[in-house]
Design a protein around this ligand. Structure first.
Ligand code: GAL
Length: 819
């Protein structure tokens, strides 16, 4: 977390900061949410920047807001970017009172991110423009304001068609803040915290503070206080005057920030003038050591292998809007799978994601760009790179450098400059240097998918850690020949595709399927992709590779590979297989429901004994007499029972499963996987049960029964108690069950929701990547027996009543409480 202010809890801050004293002596709030009470218009609006413009006909709303997720899906939009209306012009305006007592203050407005190409006016004066939709930016608007009067801010956004390879969202989709600060104040991202020395006895904290205002004033002083994870002041230093260098303090017996004990300290910075408090901010940080050798990555002296996932920024049915609970849930689900690191593909994440990674103990590869100067799509960020690239990259590093979770800076993903022997190395060096000008405590990386181009030209050697996208067969000797000293990481791996609960027989490697779904036996992927098993295997053979970032942890909106088209042959539009409009790459679907692959990763990445079995067991009438059954486990052996009869025990690592494969640079058409166990069994209705053994003892089991006809709805909220903050969420899993409570794996019943009381429906979804059903609705079809209702808390304490009904099914009802 880069900033924490001593302010009263606002809606968005309440969940992530401690309760703090709120007002300056004048009674003005130093830092406040600026999310409420905007007006919005989709489309051009002549003169809307003017203060007197009449926006009374515009819609009113609170931020954060993503206009595109409201839909509707339409074939006229690009399925590659979600099939949603994200491009075009959108206007936001807000009228706000600035108290007379604020005269003399610096009034700052901060956008955590606005999609895309923001132009901002205050009272008709042009304030600034910021193209990159993922970057935070701040303006000092003091000189445009009228004090003791109403003021108007207007923001124009212009996302363009064919500007992105995934769903970007549209609108002011991250938080906005308003600050009243004294003329002398800590600059945006003005506190840098480093921990140059850490031992069990002592932790050194080096702090640099950059101030705005009259820094020559001799009566200024800065007080630094370090607060421990349990709230005690453990170090203090008051420095007279303003120094541009680092000041150092010591903390005794520092508690480390680590994956299983993410201890966070807080640095409180108070600026005083002649003894009077002028400004106060707080920043969190952690004590942890990072070592990057050719042989391994070490965290706090311990080798750690990266069990990572790439994540896009969208929150599925909620769209791109930032929501702390949505991101928290996403990261919690990933942690359950065994994830210890995320790559923020391919752009700076929200502050909330980084705060959560700090709190949950997840390492972050913080990525800046998907493109530099050479275009991937016709209207991409490359248009702005020459003017803004350096600023955007440095701002990302400035914003994020105090987060203990951030451990690598990625300067780009599959940058096309990698194909140019001259430009590639030059630009990589330039970007690497830009990062190092701001932060020298972490290494740089870049995801290369071209082989051996960037290694041959020396581009890969310009950065600290080479990111290898989809090159498991080049790990070891091939890459070491080019990079004998630099470490490498599998920055993007696998790209296996599947649809939750969908199984196509016989098992075969196909490109696409008429159902527009992808079989969940976890072998299907585009030609550059590998089943997870191949990646596991190559990582095992090459222990010096730091680990992998799987493409992807969650499904995301847009890029519906293998369906849709290819840029070159379809003019950038991916609508050949409409309505396929979101990804199949996730180990988890768009609603956060695990697919089978979730358990395949869990079997490699976690130790708590687990066993998983697939497929479902409802095959009557399918024409398939014999069914391949697979088990994913971290146990030594697994035994399969069909209706109580053993079909034999298999030993993990010894009994191999032959997978049909076909991928680039691989001659065989099969891979014998030691990472899954399998049986071929005649189908008979009843139950399949797998039992996992360690040391001959049964330690885990799972059973799937043949379900009868759909009979009832079952609602399972992930949380029954919510905060009355206007943004907290309960994700309610909706299951279609038979009369005995068994999941009906083929059910697609339409479920109708009624939500009343202290909350509302935020969105619905079901994880089906090939449907145009709206996310903002009061009903949803089940997909593979399940769908999701996301309920959003209002701002008042009370109860929320959630009812679900469907023709011919017994309804269900749950109550949620807000406080
Ligand atoms: C990679 C790319 C990702 C995604 C992925 C799909 O080449 O970096 O953004 O497109 O392919 O497999």
């Amino acid at each position: 977390m880069n900033r924490r202010y001593f302010v009263g809890a606002t809606a968005a801050l309440a969940v992530c900061s401690r309760a703090m004293s709120s007002h300056q002596p004048s009674g003005l709030k130093m830092h406040q949410s600026f999310n409420e009470g905007w007006t919005f218009h989709k489309g051009t609006a002549k003169g809307a920047e003017a203060a007197g413009f009449d926006d009374s006909g515009w819609r009113t709303l609170d931020l954060p807001h993503d206009w595109a997720i409201e839909g509707p899906f339409d074939e006229k939009y690009n399925a590659r970017s979600g099939g949603l209306p994200f491009h075009g012009t959108g206007w936001y305006r807000k009228t706000f009172d600035v108290p007379a007592e604020a005269a003399g203050k610096r009034v700052l407005i901060t956008f955590d991110g606005a999609m895309y190409n923001a132009h901002v006016w205050v009272n008709g004066h042009f304030v600034g423009n910021r193209p990159y939709g993922y970057i935070e930016f701040q303006y000092d608007i003091s000189k445009y304001l009228k004090f003791g009067a109403a003021n108007v801010i207007a923001v124009r956004l212009q996302p363009e068609d064919l500007s992105t390879r995934w769903y970007p969202g549209a609108g002011i989709y991250r938080n906005v803040w308003l600050d009243y600060r004294n003329p002398i104040h800590v600059k945006q991202w003005g506190v840098t915290i480093e921990t140059p020395e850490i031992s069990d006895h002592i932790g050194k904290v080096a702090v640099r503070t950059e101030l705005a205002g009259d820094t020559e004033d001799r009566t200024l002083s800065i007080l630094h206080e370090v607060i421990s994870p349990d709230g005690k002041t453990v170090a203090q230093l008051e420095v007279p005057g303003v120094s541009t260098g680092f000041q150092t303090m010591s903390v005794e017996k520092p508690k480390r920030w680590d994956l299983h004990s993410p201890n966070l300290y807080t640095l409180v910075t108070t600026v005083r003038k002649a003894g009077e408090e002028m400004d106060r901010v707080e920043n969190r940080f952690g004590f942890r050591t990072l070592e990057f050798t050719k042989k391994e990555f070490r965290l706090n002296g311990r080798p750690v292998r990266i069990q990572g996932v790439c994540l896009h920024h969208d929150n599925g049915p909620l769209g791109a809007v930032v929501n702390r609970r949505a991101d928290e849930r996403k990261l919690q689900i990933m942690k359950k799978m065994g994830v210890n690191s995320i790559r923020t593909s391919h752009n700076p994440p929200s502050n909330e994601v980084l705060d959560l990674c700090d709190e949950l103990g997840i390492l972050v590869q913080d990525e800046a760009f998907d493109v530099w100067e050479i275009a991937k799509v016709p209207n991409g960020y490359n248009m702005f790179f020459a003017e803004w690239g350096e600023r955007d990259l440095k701002d990302m590093v400035r914003r994020d450098r105090n987060h203990p979770s951030v451990f690598m800076w990625s300067i780009g993903n599959e940058i096309l400059e990698q194909r140019d022997a001259k430009i590639g190395p030059e630009m990589a060096k330039k970007l690497n240097d830009w990062v190092k000008e701001v932060d020298t405590t972490r290494p740089t990386t870049c995801g290369f998918n071209w082989w051996p181009g960037p290694y041959e030209t020396g581009m890969a050697a310009q950065i600290d850690i080479a990111g290898m996208n989809y090159k498991p067969l080049a790990y070891g000797a091939p890459v070491n020949e080019y990079l004998p000293d630099n470490p490498v990481v599998g920055s993007e791996t696998s790209s296996c595709t599947s649809s939750r609960g969908v199984y196509h027989l016989p098992i075969e490697k196909y490109k696409t399927h008429e159902s527009k779904q992808v079989s969940s036996y976890d072998i299907i992927g585009p030609p550059w992709a590998y089943p997870p098993d191949v990646e596991f295997h190559q990582l095992k053979l090459n222990p010096e590779v730091y680990g992998e970032y799987v493409w992807t942890g969650f499904d995301y909106l847009g890029e519906p590979t293998p369906y849709g088209g290819r840029d070159n042959s379809t003019n950038g539009y991916w609508n050949d297989d409409w309505p396929c409009r979101s990804s199949y790459f996730g180990a988890v679907d768009l609603c956060g429901f695990p697919k089978d692959r979730f358990y395949l990763y869990q079997s490699q990445w976690t130790r708590e004994p687990m066993v998983h079995v697939l497929p479902h067991w409802n095959w009557e009438g399918s024409g398939h007499e014999s069914i391949p059954v697979m088990a994913y486990t971290n146990c030594e052996e697994v035994e399969l029972f069909v209706n109580g009869v053993s079909k034999g025990r298999k030993v993990k690592g010894k009994d191999l499963t032959r997978l049909p494969v076909k991928f680039n640079h691989y001659e065989k058409d099969y891979f014998d996987s030691p990472y899954r166990l399998s049986w071929e069994v005649p189908y008979e209705p009843g139950a399949i049960r797998v039992v996992g053994y360690i040391g001959g003892k049964a330690v885990a089991e799972k059973e799937i029964e043949t379900a009868g006809a759909p009979a009832k709805i079952k609602l399972i909220p992930d949380r029954r108690k919510l905060m009355a903050d206007g943004s907290d969420l309960s994700y309610v899993t909706v299951r279609i069950e038979d009369r005995k409570g068994r999941l009906c794996p083929l059910a697609d019943n339409t479920v109708k929701f009624r939500v009343s009381g202290a909350g509302t429906i935020a969105a619905v979804g079901n994880g089906n990547a090939a449907t145009t059903a709206p996310f903002q609705a009061d009903h949803r079809d089940a997909f593979s027996g399940m769908c999701m209702l996301i309920v959003k808390a209002g701002k008042n304490n009370g109860k929320i009543r959630v009812k679900a009904e469907s023709d011919g099914l017994q309804p269900d009802e749950v109550k949620l409480v807000l406080r």
